[in-house]
Design a protein around this ligand. Structure first.
Ligand SMILES: Cc1cc2nc3c(=O)[nH]c(=O)nc-3n(C[C@H](O)[C@H](O)[C@H](O)COP(=O)(O)OP(=O)(O)OC[C@H]3O[C@@H](n4cnc5c(N)ncnc54)[C@H](O)[C@@H]3O)c2cc1C
Length: 376
């Protein structure tokens, strides 16, 4: 089932600061439409030019500025959902507050299409955000970058982006034509602030990065340089494709999505480096560092059986490391098929029973995204 033809924005209401839309609206198009009314829809997955509001809600998507503004779930006020038996139901509200009954909106958000089909969404908006400034900080080790993230958070800063790139990704971004990055360093942080006085915040965060070991800093003092710094983040996907292109055989990647408490980010980065060395595989560590959410990519040759096995083991080892550090198997992409076994390990038996019961109640014949999330 594809919802992309249901792509109308039905209402933008500045007084109630909300937008009502169909699920097939492309996220970036919704953000642009509300911006035209002086409003801001914060969830900004990097796939924003292609993904849809329905997909964002169904996966509980995050994004770059979620470190400050929260994720898709935080903006879902109400939904219209078609249930497995064809019944159309409305959840939630269009008021700022509302606690009538169980929170069914939150139940459907992140349910990966396994409990119902979202056919309309009422989403909260914020006023347009003030102009932002950004900086790049580069470190000799990824551990130092993780320490800088912890220091920034502990000092009380609330950046509107705090993103990490590892050495190989940085090098590939430089090769794609990014002039502000140095290519030799082990890790890069991209930091943005849209606080009322962003320059002061950026300068203070730069000092914390320096204290954590940063050896190359680029601070923007205008919109143009800020845009250039943020462009580095958007170049990560093309950069990873470039790394894949340079690999022998028929290379592909497992995309991880592990999240740990922010205080454990540096430890998680070290674990990923250990796992990469142990299996002799290239594992790129990039992601939404400010959320403790990393997307390690395990790169391997799918024609090489031995390498496929190593990649599967490395993928498992990363999830185990995340769990050991008090994290979760998925920060924003969801469980899908690949993480069903791991969901069983993350949830306690009672929680698992409750989740199975909800699935059976809402989808007794198992027709909604069968096999996803649970193999029941
Ligand atoms: C380059 C790249 C960058 C990315 N960056 C991010 C990021 O920063 N943050 C992030 O969270 N994710 C990111 N993603 C992952 C993905 O883009 C997001 O999870 C996005 O929310 C998926 O939306 P979609 O419209 O593509 O959904 P799809 O992939 O089409 O669907 C995703 C799931 O939602 C279900 N679904 C879709 N529509 C509905 C509906 N109307 N009702 C019920 N179920 C539905 C589908 O069945 C499926 O299970 C990225 C992906 C790529 C390729």
């Amino acid at each position: 089932m594809s919802m992309t033809a249901m792509n109308r924005i039905l209402e933008i209401d500045p007084a109630d600061r909300l937008v009502r839309c169909e699920p097939g609206v492309v996220t970036a198009e919704l953000a642009a439409a509300v911006a035209g009314h002086g409003l801001f829809y914060p969830p900004d997955p990097v796939s924003g030019q292609t993904c849809t509001i329905g997909g964002n809600l169904a996966t509980g998507a995050g994004g770059v500025c979620c470190v400050k503004y929260g994720v898709s779930a935080d903006y879902a006020l109400g939904l219209s959902v078609v249930l497995a038996d064809g019944t159309l139901t409305r959840t939630g509200r269009r008021t700022v507050k509302g606690v009538a009954g169980y929170d069914l909106t939150r139940l459907f958000v992140g349910s990966e299409g396994t409990l119902g089909v979202i056919v309309e969404a009422t989403l909260a908006l914020r006023p347009a955000r003030p102009p932002a400034l950004a900086m790049l900080a580069q470190f000799r080790s990824a551990r130092e970058a993780g320490d800088a993230v912890a220091a920034i958070v502990a000092a009380g800063h609330v950046p509107s982006a705090l993103e990490l790139m590892d050495r190989a990704t940085t090098r590939a971004v430089v090769d794609l034509g990014h002039p502000l990055l140095a290519s030799g360093e082990a890790a890069t942080l991209i930091v943005e602030s849209d606080a009322p006085d962003p320059g002061t915040h950026i300068a203070a965060m730069a000092e914390l990065c320096r204290a954590a070991g940063a050896i190359h800093l680029e601070l923007a003092s205008d919109a143009e340089r800020t845009a250039e710094i943020l462009r580095a983040r958007r170049l990560i996907s093309p950069a990873v494709y470039k790394i894949l292109e340079g690999m022998p055989g028929r290379p592909t990647a497992f995309i991880e999505d592990v999240a740990v408490p922010r205080s454990r980010l540096a430890a998680m980065i070290e674990r990923i480096e250990e796992i990469s060395a142990r299996y002799g595989l290239y594992i790129s560590a990039t992601g939404h560092a400010g959320d403790g959410n990393l997307h390690p990519l395990v790169l391997f040759d799918q024609d090489d059986e031995g390498e496929v096995r190593k990649a599967e083991n490395a993928y498992d080892a990363i999830m185990a490391a995340g769990a050991e550090l008090g994290g979760t198997i998925t920060g924003e992409h969801g469980v899908g098929l690949l993480k069903r076994d791991w969901l069983r390990r993350e949830l306690d038996p009672a929680a698992l029973l409750l989740q199975h019961a909800l699935k059976r109640m809402l989808d007794p014949s198992g027709i909604l995204n069968p096999g996803k999330v649970f193999d029941v």
